[in-house]
Design a protein around this ligand. Structure first.
Ligand code: NAD
Length: 361
């Protein structure tokens, strides 16, 4: 275990090097060539967007899940038509990145006819960065709202007022397609103070997390990321007190209960299993009365909020989706830092499936 007080040195990889490592690892673990490339592209994209919590550092967990029989690397989504605008999708424990993008593709196709589609995905392995599906719909000109719950492993997040973990990090995403010369607005976050992967990244970097993010197994505040990875485990606190807790419970019911994949108390825990259920509303903004002026309104609203004088001159006001675009520009130009502990975990995952990885020169 790295010491929490000693930062770990990083490697710097180009996006191409990271993509190559990720694709080879996933293929060695049993994914077909196309699926390995798709999952790798999603993960590297998350790294480029600055969300290392949902980048290639997830691969060791995926490899363990495949070896443990809880992730089927060859499975594809099964789409069931349940009415004019309703699709139920069984992810069949396939890679979340593969089956969720199949679900959204089906939702976009349906919403072209119906104006709006409700897509109920269940039983997907970890879908990764939910914003990827908002962007997928936005690229086709569609707006979308996504509610996600997480089952199949121990709870991670304490309910507001509680002292142990009962829910998971249940993310929410709202995406509005590009208009008025502005990029898509992409709101995409966990309903907990941070995603678990961010605690893992802090652990791997030998860093502490911020105040007010974690409690230990006794319910006491702590900044030590080890409490989420060692028994007896602590919990992440919900985002925004009772409000984030309320949203997390809504995700549990909309995504878990209504999509049919279940909730934390009803789904058995299995080693290395992370299952996501996702309820997505995908709709065609061109069907709405404001569409003709959307570009003008969106540009005006974005310029208006960004025009607020920054409280700290070094940090101008940003709009959701913008931090990720800025991170991408920086990392495409200068490379993606990967902490040594994460690299070592990738090497170990490769070894477990017969692949010898060399650190890129
Ligand atoms: P986060 O706290 O970094 O918040 C990201 C969101 O806030 C983005 O929409 C971003 O554009 C916006 N944002 C950030 N800084 C901003 C600023 N200064 N001004 C305006 N907007 C700003 O995200 P997180 O909660 O750590 O989640 C990270 C990722 O983890 C997300 O992509 C999420 O989907 C994913 N996640 C997935 C699962 C799963 O089970 N699959 C679970 C939890 C989280």
């Amino acid at each position: 275990m790295p010491s929490p007080t000693l930062p770990q040195p990083s490697l710097l990889l180009t996006p191409g090097q990271l993509l190559d490592v990720a694709t080879r690892l996933l293929a060695a673990a049993g994914a077909g060539a196309e699926d390995a490339a798709q999952v790798a592209a999603h993960l590297v994209d998350a790294n480029l967007a600055g969300h290392d919590s949902h980048g290639v550092g997830m691969i060791p967990q995926y490899v363990r899940a495949i070896r443990g029989g809880v992730l089927d690397p060859r499975a594809h989504a099964e789409v069931e038509d349940r009415g004019p605008a309703v699709l139920a999708v069984d992810g069949r424990r396939g890679f979340g990145q593969v089956v969720a993008s199949e679900a959204i593709r089906a939702g976009v196709a349906r919403a072209r006819d119906t104006g709006v589609a409700l897509v109920a995905l269940r039983n997907a392995s970890h879908v990764g960065r939910v914003g990827a599906y908002g962007l997928q719909a936005a690229a086709a000109g569609f707006a979308s709202v996504h509610f996600v719950n997480v089952v199949g492993h121990g709870a991670l997040v304490a309910p507001f007022g509680g002292s142990d973990a009962r829910l998971s990090t249940n993310p929410i995403c709202i995406a509005i397609p590009a208009a008025g010369g502005k990029p898509p607005v992409l709101l995409d976050f966990a309903t907990s103070r941070v995603a678990l992967g961010k605690v893992r990244v802090a652990l791997n970097r030998g860093e502490q997390v911020g105040e007010g993010v974690l409690i230990d197994a006794a319910g006491r505040p702590t900044t030590d990321p080890h409490v989420m990875f060692e028994e007896p485990r602590g919990a992440i606190l919900p985002l925004g007190l009772h409000k984030g807790y309320g949203l997390a419970l809504a995700c549990e019911l909309l995504a878990g209960a209504l999509c049919g994949g279940g909730t934390v108390p009803t789904v058995p825990h299995e080693p290395d299993r992370i299952t996501n259920n996702m309820l997505s509303f995908v709709f065609d903004p061109a069907r709405l009365p404001g569409f003709g002026r959307l570009g003008e309104e969106l540009a005006a609203a974005v310029d208006h909020v960004k025009g607020s004088p920054p409280a700290d001159p070094a940090h101008p006001v940003l709009v959701a989706g913008e931090p990720e675009l800025l991170a991408r520009a920086g990392r495409e130009a200068h490379g993606v830092p990967l902490e040594r502990a994460t690299w070592d975990q990738l090497v170990e995952a490769g070894r477990s499936v017969g692949l010898a990885l060399q650190a890129p020169a």
